[in-house]
Design a protein. Structure first.
Ligand code: NDP
Ligand code: HEM
Length: 507
């Protein structure tokens, strides 16, 4: 109970002063409480509404504010004001793991989300990428299936290695991302020690109406640093919140993390000539073909004052582009353009873009009307509430028209696996690893395969063989070694893994 004369007077949510915040109103000292104690009811009722749905994926996250500073000159490719030489744009970043729930431990092996919201003077521009340049699937129709394999089994309520490898072994397009996930870079020590990638191919368009395809890269200036599975287990034993502690602590102590920003640019018509589909999210553009161009630096330098308001309520969405930046035919990107705003209307409400963290820093003029919890500013011109109108309401601006994109093709359900090389790029990655890195890759894969039926493992090994004979042989040997160890000393397998393995085998 504060006796500080500087403390403001405690009030109800309606602003009336509260005389006693220690004792409920009761009939006599022993109770019962009176229904008219509206402040008691208000406190209990409000607490019941403190939780909102967590994100269906990427639920555990860590974020901070900062700036994007452009030092290079790519004005020949894009008219986006935030990308012109010298531009400094305020921004928000949120990093995340994919599969774990909001209370998951930070140091789990998983892909990391790398979400960026740039508050540009032409509207919010969001890049919602990962710490990997590629993804597990290339058709949005497969995203819900893939995510179900990452979440809990409906009966055991445990995560299921069988489900994961059953899906992956029947989806060879996942090999590139799998090789990254189970390599050293699949377990960064903190959000500061990893790269970020826009991952998708986006487009740039310039004042002359020319289009270029573009990929975005954010290279860590802190250096890459990773934990092995064993190190991570020890870290989680000490703290499940290591990423929050590291990011929050670094910024609080003035050690502002930075990333060098690069783009790869492809002239529009090159897309018809590359040996790979440049809009396929399971592929990178080799640097030798499209060298990264350095364009600036991103720095995080301010922690949120309220995690829930500013990080949990942040709504990143690939739909948010600004003039000079456009989409591409990437099927996954197309699916995501729909999915995020839909999720956010459900998770946060119809007016989620009016929340302070999501609100653009430039004027917003729409004809949206009403809706639950509408706190959009009143329209100063109330007669102009439809369009077209004769009362000077907001009007379209043809100077922002994106150049037309030539598209053709028969509408069909095209087989995205037909004629697609799922093996060469994972091979290029595998060949980047030295002998120790390969050994850790094999061991990490074997650890994640415990309890998976042999017929599924054999299907997956065959894919590794096609990437590189050493890859298949290495994983087979690591799985056999794990099994020998478990056979020799069965107690080496923790009890919960034994139960999970038995249940997965049965399921
Ligand atoms: P390059 O040798 O020109 O580029 C290699 C890229 O791989 C660099 O971006 C580097 O990132 C990254 N890299 C280096 N070591 C590892 C590692 N242990 N785990 C994951 N990534 C690593 O080759 P290419 O452009 O021809 O690409 C070869 C392979 O590299 C690709 O198949 C892809 O798997 C991977 N890669 C390619 C990227 C691209 O955009 N081309 C981006 C990221 C990975 P850094 O400079 O930060 O060390
Ligand atoms: C979060 C859907 C693919 C990165 C989300 C959310 C949804 C979603 C619904 C929660 C959004 C929210 O509640 O605010 C999808 C669908 C995909 C897809 C349907 C494919 C069709 C991808 C890919 C990437 C990615 C390819 C990265 C390249 C992220 C990130 C978040 C996220 C980083 C967390 C955003 C945040 O920090 O708030 N996704 N996703 N997703 N997704 Fe995806």
């Amino acid at each position: 109970m504060s006796t500080d004369p500087k403390s403001p007077i405690l009030t109800t949510t309606a602003g009336a002063p509260i005389a006693d915040n220690q004792n409920s109103q009761t009939a006599g000292p022993r109770g019962p409480v009176l229904l008219q104690d509206y402040q008691l009811i208000e406190k209990l009722a409000h607490q019941n509404r403190e939780r909102i749905p967590e994100r269906t994926v990427h639920a555990k996250g860590w974020g901070a504010f900062g700036t994007l500073t452009i030092t290079g000159d790519i004005s020949q490719y894009t008219r986006a004001k935030a990308l012109q030489p010298g531009a400094v744009t305020p921004m928000l970043a949120r990093f995340s793991t994919v599969a774990g729930e909001a209370g998951a431990a930070d140091h789990e092996r998983d892909v990391r989300g790398f979400s960026l919201k740039f508050y540009t003077e032409e509207g919010n521009w969001d890049l919602v990428g990962n710490n990997t340049p590629v993804f597990f699937v290339r058709d949005p129709l497969k995203f819900p299936d893939f995510i179900h394999t990452q979440k809990r089994h409906p009966r055991t309520n445990l995560r299921s290695a069988t489900a994961m490898w059953d899906f992956w072994s029947q989806s060879p397009e996942s090999l590139h991302q799998l090789t990254t996930l189970f390599s050293d870079r699949g377990l960064p020590i903190s959000p500061m020690h990893m790269n970020g990638y826009g991952s998708h191919t986006y487009s740039f368009w310039n004042e002359a109406g020319e289009r270029f395809w573009v990929k975005f890269h954010f290279k860590t200036q802190q250096g890459h640093a990773h934990y092995t599975n064993g190190q991570a287990e020890a870290v989680i034993g000490q703290s499940r919140e290591g990423y929050q502690e590291a990011l929050f602590g670094a910024i609080e102590n003035g050690r502002f993390p930075r990333w060098t920003v690069q783009v790869q640019i492809m002239p529009e018509l090159d897309a018809e000539k590359t040996p790979y589909n440049p809009f396929d999210l399971t592929k990178v553009w080799p640097h030798a073909d499209y060298p990264p161009i350095e364009i600036g630096v991103m720095e995080l330098n301010r922690n949120a004052d309220n995690y829930f308001n500013e990080i949990e309520q942040a709504a990143f969405s690939p739909k948010n582009i600004v003039p000079g930046i456009g989409f591409s035919p990437d099927k996954m990107l197309q699916g995501r353009i729909f999915a995020y705003a839909d999720a956010q209307r459900y998770r946060l409400g119809a007016h989620y873009e009016s929340l302070p963290v999501n609100r653009p820093r430039c004027p917003v003029h729409t004809y949206h009307k009403d809706g639950a919890m509408n706190f959009m500013p009143n329209n100063p011109n109330p007669d102009a509430y439809y369009e077209p109108n004769s009362f000077s309401g907001p009007a379209q601006a043809p100077q922002y028209r994106e150049p037309p994109l030539r598209l053709s093709g028969d509408a069909d359900r095209w087989d995205h696996r037909s004629g697609n090389d799922d093996y060469s790029q994972p091979r290029a990655l595998f060949e980047l690893f030295d002998a120790d890195q390969k050994a850790r890759l094999f061991a990490n894969l074997a650890a994640a395969m415990q309890g998976v039926p042999d017929f599924i493992l054999e299907r997956q090994f065959a894919h590794f063989d096609r990437v590189h004979p050493d890859y298949g042989a290495g994983v087979r040997a690591a799985v056999a070694a794990d099994r020998r160890r478990a056979g020799e000393e069965p107690s080496a397998l923790p009890m919960h893994l034994e139960v999970a393995a038995r249940l997965q085998g049965a399921g």
